[in-house]
Design a protein around this ligand. Structure first.
Ligand SMILES: Cc1cc2nc3c(=O)[nH]c(=O)nc-3n(C[C@H](O)[C@H](O)[C@H](O)COP(=O)(O)OP(=O)(O)OC[C@H]3O[C@@H](n4cnc5c(N)ncnc54)[C@H](O)[C@@H]3O)c2cc1C
Length: 386
């Protein structure tokens, strides 16, 4: 492997084992109390302020953040364990997911102390939710083509434009938006974009639902018309947001949520296989588990690099590309492997529900958070091939 990609062997610390048991007990209690249904395949994509507040009380949000902002000052590897358990259990994490994973860290890096002191403790309590305003109708992969603009006015900026595919914009309190503040220069087409904290309750914001393939309302079009954003909500350097967006995406890309979103299909396959699967089925399950284990090892390695203060952009892209391709192929692999005649009629309905739902969401897995082609471009650049 080239020296340009570094995936150091990493193991989870001993403290992680006790934490894992604690999270499992928490999730079992939440499910028992009827606050979510682990057997509902769509549960993991749900937005539940109630569940997020419970996660906040348990200390599972802002785990790595400073105590002065309500955080737990724990390690990225401990956070990894919590993320892994929440996703594997199909817990309804979406209310706090974006803020915990990427918006909070962006604020800590680029926002004022006053904004951090106001917003971060509310995120940690599971009460304040964020969305990501990067993609636009004509600029998804090519973020540098963004046209939604922020023009200077007294005391701040006036924002006009459209964002699209904005997950849970209809429930979020804030958006971190990538906006054009200057035209690109001849020397650098990435120049001219700035990151802003946008209060979603501001006048001039309209959120229009987009229904996804599974018939759910998760993402939206967001229209911004003469929205006022105060100077204090500018995040980082004006015109230089491309640098910030790149490191933000490293947080987004390599977590266990990038290969566990449809993991219930593998669990269902193992259940269907029973204790004595035939050779073909045992070989198929073994292959899937071995691949999953390798992906997990790589993903833990990226978490350990974040822990060490690095920004593993190429490694994160590699894990996301391999992980999302693996989970996208999973429903079809399971369908090919499952011993149909042995499926008990009662279980068959559940199994087919899982298969149907995972098949419907599979196409999005290699699009959200960066498409396969874009990730491979980043990996090639990291390897010095372009
Ligand atoms: C479920 C889901 C949730 C999302 N949530 C959010 C969100 O919350 N906030 C947000 O900002 N965005 C969000 N997105 C948008 C997502 O980031 C974009 O869809 C993605 O970046 C692709 O952009 P696009 O749809 O404009 O496609 P395009 O960029 O038009 O790409 C179309 C195709 O062309 C390929 N392509 C594009 N450029 C190149 C190139 N240079 N070389 C080779 N191939 C190329 C792409 O790989 C793709 O296959 C979400 C998307 C999904 C599916």
């Amino acid at each position: 492997m080239s020296a340009a990609i570094q995936l150091d062997p990493a193991t989870l610390p001993d403290a992680a084992r006790a934490l894992r048991a604690e999270v499992r007990a928490f999730l079992a209690e939440e499910a028992r109390a009827g606050r979510f249904d682990p057997s509902d395949p769509s549960s993991g994509g749900r937005f539940s302020p109630e569940f997020s507040r419970r996660c906040g009380e348990a200390g599972y949000i802002g785990m790595t953040w400073p105590r002065r902002f309500g955080g737990g000052e724990r390690s990225f590897l401990e956070r990894y364990v919590v993320t892994e358990e929440l996703v594997a259990a199909n817990a309804p994490v979406w209310a706090h997911w974006v803020a915990d994973r990427q918006s909070g860290p962006v604020l800590m890096r680029y926002a004022s102390e006053a904004i951090c002191a106001d917003i971060l403790p509310r995120i940690v309590r599971g009460e304040c939710y964020f969305c990501i305003g990067m993609s636009e109708p004509d600029s998804g992969s090519d973020l540098f083509a963004a046209r939604a603009r922020a023009e200077r006015v007294p005391g701040g900026y006036r924002v006009n434009g459209r964002k699209v595919w904005t997950s849970y914009a209809h429930r979020a309190h804030y958006m971190i938006a990538l906006l054009r503040t200057s035209p690109p220069t001849k020397e650098d087409r990435r120049h001219g974009l700035t990151s802003f904290l946008v209060d979603m309750s501001s006048d001039g914001i309209e959120v229009n639902p987009i229904i996804n393939l599974a018939g759910r309302h998760d993402f939206n079009e967001v229209v911004l018309e003469d929205v006022f954003v105060p100077d204090s909500h500018l995040l980082g350097e004006p015109d230089l947001a491309w640098k910030q967006a790149t490191s933000e995406l490293a947080y987004e890309r390599a977590g266990p949520e990038r290969f566990l979103e449809t993991i219930y299909m593998l669990q269902a396959l193992v259940e269907q296989a029973g204790p004595e699967p035939d050779d073909r089925l045992a070989e198929g399950i073994g292959r899937l588990v071995a691949q999953l284990s390798a992906l997990r090892q790589m993903s833990v390695s990226v978490a350990s690099m974040l822990e060490a203060g690095k920004v593993p952009v190429t490694e994160a892209a590699l894990v996301k590309d391999l992980g999302t391709n693996w989970e996208q192929a999973l429903p079809a692999r399971v369908r090919d492997l499952v011993p149909a005649p042995s499926v008990a009629p009662g279980n068959l309905r559940d199994f087919e529900t899982l298969l149907g739902y995972s098949t419907l969401i599979a196409p999005k897995l290699t699009i959200q958070g960066g498409t396969r082609e874009i990730l491979r471009g980043i990996i090639a650049r990291g390897l010095g091939l372009r």
